[in-house]
Design a protein around this ligand. Structure first.
Ligand code: UDP
Length: 354
């Protein structure tokens, strides 16, 4: 079977690290990177550390707003999919590349498999929510990471088949977290002690694109009563620079470039708490039994909140600071599977062959 996989950003590379490893033992895979967020150095680190295959095709379509980016990706992926004639197009998560990969396939009459189907934040203003819902509507195989995602889809009656596989990020975390935990060099690099700092990520459009919200984010970070290490996403860096607040933030917070997975995971497992607006990081904090505080008012990863491991505070500094010191729950459920999701993804793809 010939599988064409479309990726466009960092978390999708992490997910592909789990799936491509298994997929390539049984099938032919052509990896296409749209270039939505592409950092050459970081991609090389991900290839070296996680074994993410080097994309066979690089489209180099970074930049632009959502509408323009979606249009440009679709214009490039349409002819590419028609020319490659794969048996299935595989997409991950909720980015513009997820939607355009799926739509290009449907328009060429090729089946679509969506990994991380069924996730909902119920916030239709999020570009990610729009991409998720639309991609689920056009997919033939809806590969769900949790029972909540499965129930969400069962209520929507999609045309495709729903298959529970578990979360492929658990596969990656199980494989690499023990290795990352040994890596204390990154703590020394940023001058922090195990258990004595907060690691932060922030890049959601809703938090950084609106100057009033961005200001609230800066105020929140400045108020945190722990050393904060913040690997800065390019979007956030651009917005802070434009607003003239980058230097002020740098006086209070240790700013880092985007880190490789092992460095970032080492910070995550050794931190006192994780402060984030990322979907993947909320879940990774949960898997690592780390205290998580989420700077959003909704989440798709509802089990992390219901179990008490994650608290939603939006950009309320007082609530965030209180949540950073809350006691950890005694129970740690496992709603995202057993670390063997990638095998189930490939098993599900096999059924398309039949
Ligand atoms: N991550 C990383 N380096 C960093 C920050 C995050 O490797 O400096 C990883 C993180 O471990 C997770 C993924 O990137 O696997 C999350 O990506 P991101 O926050 O960009 O996206 P989201 O999950 O919000 O879509």
């Amino acid at each position: 079977m010939r599988v064409l996989t479309v990726l466009g950003n960092r978390p999708q590379s992490v997910k592909a690290a789990a799936v491509s490893r298994v997929l390539r033992t049984r099938h032919e895979e052509v990896l296409v990177h749209t270039g939505q967020h592409f950092d050459d150095e970081l991609s090389t680190i991900f290839e070296r550390e996680l074994g993410v295959p080097k994309p066979e095709i690089q489209l180099g379509l970074g930049g632009g707003g959502n509408t323009e980016q979606t249009a440009r990706q679709l214009a490039a992926l349409g002819p590419l999919v028609a020319e490659q004639r794969p048996d299935v197009v595989l997409v991950y998560g909720d980015t513009n590349s997820t939607l355009t990969g799926g739509l290009a396939a449907v328009q060429a009459g090729i089946p679509v498999a969506h990994v991380e189907a069924g996730m909902r934040s119920w916030d239709w203003s999020m570009p990610e929510e729009q991409n998720r819902v639309l991609t689920d509507a056009l997919s033939d195989l809806l590969l769900v990471p949790s029972r909540t995602a499965q129930a969400n889809l069962e209520r929507e009656h999609p045309r495709g088949r729903i298959v529970w596989v578990g979360d492929v990020m658990v596969d990656v975390a199980d494989l690499f977290r023990p290795i990352a935990a040994q890596n204390t060099a990154v703590l020394e690099r940023y001058g922090v002690e195990p258990g004595g700092f907060v690691v932060c990520t922030a890049h959601r459009a809703a938090n950084v694109d609106d100057p009033a919200r961005l200001r609230a984010l800066v105020d929140l970070l400045v108020a945190v009563p722990y050393p904060v290490v913040l690997p800065l996403h390019p979007r956030t860096k651009a917005r802070l620079t434009a607003a003239g607040w980058l230097d002020e933030l740098a006086r209070h917070v240790t700013l880092a470039p985007p880190l490789g997975y092992l460095d970032f995971t080492a910070l995550l497992v050794h931190a006192h708490a994780v402060l984030t607006d990322s979907g993947g990081v909320q879940k990774e904090a949960f898997l690592a039994r780390a205290r998580c505080v989420t700077m959003r008012d909704t989440t798709e990863w509802v089990e992390t909140v219901e179990s008490g491991w994650n608290v939603l505070v939006d950009l309320d500094a007082e609530q965030a600071i209180a949540a950073l010191d809350r006691p950890l729950p005694a129970e740690h459920p496992q709603p995202y599977g057993d670390g063997r999701a990638a095998e189930r993804v490939v098993d599900a793809l096999d059924t398309l062959d039949a």
